[in-house]
Design a protein around this ligand. Structure first.
Ligand SMILES: Cc1cc2nc3c(=O)[nH]c(=O)nc-3n(C[C@H](O)[C@H](O)[C@H](O)COP(=O)(O)OP(=O)(O)OC[C@H]3O[C@@H](n4cnc5c(N)ncnc54)[C@H](O)[C@@H]3O)c2cc1C
Length: 511
């Protein structure tokens, strides 16, 4: 294999947007640890929030984003997001993304929680992410200097004299190889798999965040994890997302007594911020199941939400006819690898974008449908800065080393991972307190001894889950207040001044 100038870890919206933009500046290797089509991006349903309606819309998008973030949004980052968003979405359109259109060819927009306008573009009803991923992949495949390598796991970053110069990778053939490059972009997505109940696919194990941390990079706001209020809640069924767009189209939330209850919790009712709705459902759920009710909605819901309708049909349910059981599940990590507006981390040569990164654009709570836009805008901006990095890529080294044999029993490894995910759900989930978080910390510390050391994909993921979970718990313990998605029942008030948490090299600080 020839040398590359740039390594992009991840083939979701952030990674592919960056790779396309880097292509004019050198040879780009994009690796994904599963199939190329498998990413959080591909599962995004509701849509992409973008202010295509002129200046007023842009400023309202900014104020909605800032309000949702509960005092912690980096205003400059949010401004860049909403101002550059329309241009980036125009590019997507030019690359063939088929957003849904009305009879006259106009782009259709829907509304979601805490948005003051209908500004969310969607595709194939509720399959926005799959359509965006399809068009980005098609575009990237047509660019000769981009090499897309699937089933290739990044095991560790290579750091020399404080600078990231490449990475160690595990190929589809089970062999380890290393790549040296001018710059590495971590666009490796979120960490929903740290919790037992999540809407995220299996790839979301926080690998990039854990690798960056081990390489000495600062992580920011890792205690802010968003729990989606409405994941499907039937025993034995996956926690499939019941998109917020259902509530945007008029769905009510009703409790076991058939009572619509959101008026007791927030004036925006079902379209209140996600953390408010998630906590309300958890409280109402103590008395029995909570349901989405769309029986009064007059549009053809099977046509508007074909993916969700097909999923529900497997359980004999229809949106227009039945109550749909829902409860919260882990969904989105607001924190991540601390970056500036150009994707730079605190370690030279290392960049991050998308859900793996923390630009501060979401603050303590993400506004619905802002994350696809974040990947698009900040993936592109990271690429522009990476292109300016000095140094040259060189030939790969160490090609052909075979991975050592699996040192642990795969079944035992799955038990170890399941234990970690369950304890995180129980003690570091939606409602937290000091006792639970300290218990989680003790249990995580106790798991270090059994932590696998090998380099199969699953062992790498297990190690990364432990690293990410430990940082999340430590940051949540340190934040003795409730803010945004971080709710402590023992500290329900706000600190007088909003501060970010920063964790690096085992030390937590608030600034
Ligand atoms: C069910 C669901 C619905 C959602 N709906 C919406 C929505 O409607 N609107 C919205 O804005 N957001 C939505 N989101 C959130 C949004 O999809 C994600 O935040 C966003 O897609 C993240 O993009 P990304 O490029 O950062 O990472 P991802 O799309 O998650 O891509 C991560 C990539 O990194 C690769 N990777 C990870 N670790 C490694 C490794 N060690 N080595 C090699 N490769 C690795 C993966 O294989 C993958 O290719 C939703 C999320 C889910 C789960």
């Amino acid at each position: 294999m020839d040398g590359f100038e740039f390594l992009v870890v991840g083939g979701g919206i952030a990674g592919l947007s960056a790779a396309i933009r880097l292509a004019g500046r050198g040879r780009v290797l994009v690796v994904t640890k599963d199939a190329l089509a498998e990413s959080n991006t591909a599962y995004a349903q509701g849509g992409i929030a973008v202010a295509m309606g002129g200046d007023e819309d842009v400023s309202l998008h900014l104020s909605d984003t800032v309000a949702a973030g509960d005092g912690l949004v980096n205003r400059q980052a949010a401004k860049m997001l909403v101002e550059q968003g329309p241009k980036r979405v125009d590019e997507l359109l030019a690359w063939g993304t088929g957003f849904d259109r009305g009879a006259a060819g106009e782009l259709l927009r829907t509304r979601e929680g805490a948005h003051s306008l209908s500004r969310i573009l969607h595709a194939n009803g509720d399959a926005t992410g799959r359509e965006i991923a399809r068009s980005l992949l098609k575009h990237a495949r047509g660019i000769p200097v981009i090499t897309l390598m699937e089933d290739t796991t990044t095991v560790e970053l290579t750091v020399e004299e404080g600078r990231v110069v490449g990475a160690l990778l595990l190929g589809a053939d089970g062999k380890l190889f290393s790549v040296r490059v001018r710059a590495v972009l971590l666009a490796s997505g979120g960490a929903g798999q740290v919790y037992s109940d999540t809407t995220n696919p299996a790839v979301a194990t926080g690998d990039g965040i854990a690798m960056a941390y081990r390489a000495g990079a600062e992580l920011e706001d890792m205690e802010f994890y968003q729990f989606h209020p409405t994941a499907f809640a039937k025993e034995g069924a996956p926690r499939f997302l019941m998109s917020e767009a259902l509530r945007g189209e008029g769905a009510w939330l009703v409790n076991a007594a058939g009572e619509r209850f959101m008026s007791r919790y927030h004036p925006q009712l079902e379209l209140a911020p996600r953390d408010v709705v998630a906590r309300a459902i958890t409280r109402e759920g103590l008395a029995g199941p909570v349901y989405l009710d769309m029986r009064h909605v007059e549009i053809d819901l099977a046509a508007r939400f074909p993916g969700i309708s097909a999923f529900l049909a497997k359980y004999g349910l229809k949106l227009n006819r039945d109550l749909i059981p829902v409860r919260p599940a882990a969904h989105y990590l607001m924190g991540g690898i601390k970056t500036d507006l150009h994707g730079r981390t605190s370690v030279p040569g290392l960049f991050a974008a998308g859900e793996a990164a923390c630009t501060g654009v979401h603050g303590a709570n993400r506004l619905a449908s802002n994350s696809l836009l974040e990947g698009l805008v900040f993936g592109a901006s990271a690429a522009e800065t990476m292109a300016e990095e000095q140094g040259a890529g060189t030939q790969d080294k160490g090609v052909g080393k075979t991975a050592p044999p699996v040192p642990v029993d795969p079944a035992a490894l799955e038990v170890w991972i399941a234990k970690l995910r369950k304890l995180m759900w129980e003690d570091a989930g939606l409602l937290r307190d000091g006792d639970g978080l300290r218990r989680a910390q003790g249990r995580l510390d106790g798991m270090i001894r059994g932590c696998p050391r090998g380099v199969t994909r699953r062992e790498v993921e297990a190690r990364n889950l432990l690293t990410v979970a430990s940082v999340m718990v430590e940051s949540a313990l340190g934040r003795e207040e409730s803010r945004g998605a971080h709710y402590r029942s023992d500290f329900t008030g706000h600190w007088p001044v909003a501060k970010h948490s920063v964790m690096a090299k085992g030390r937590l600080r608030f600034q």
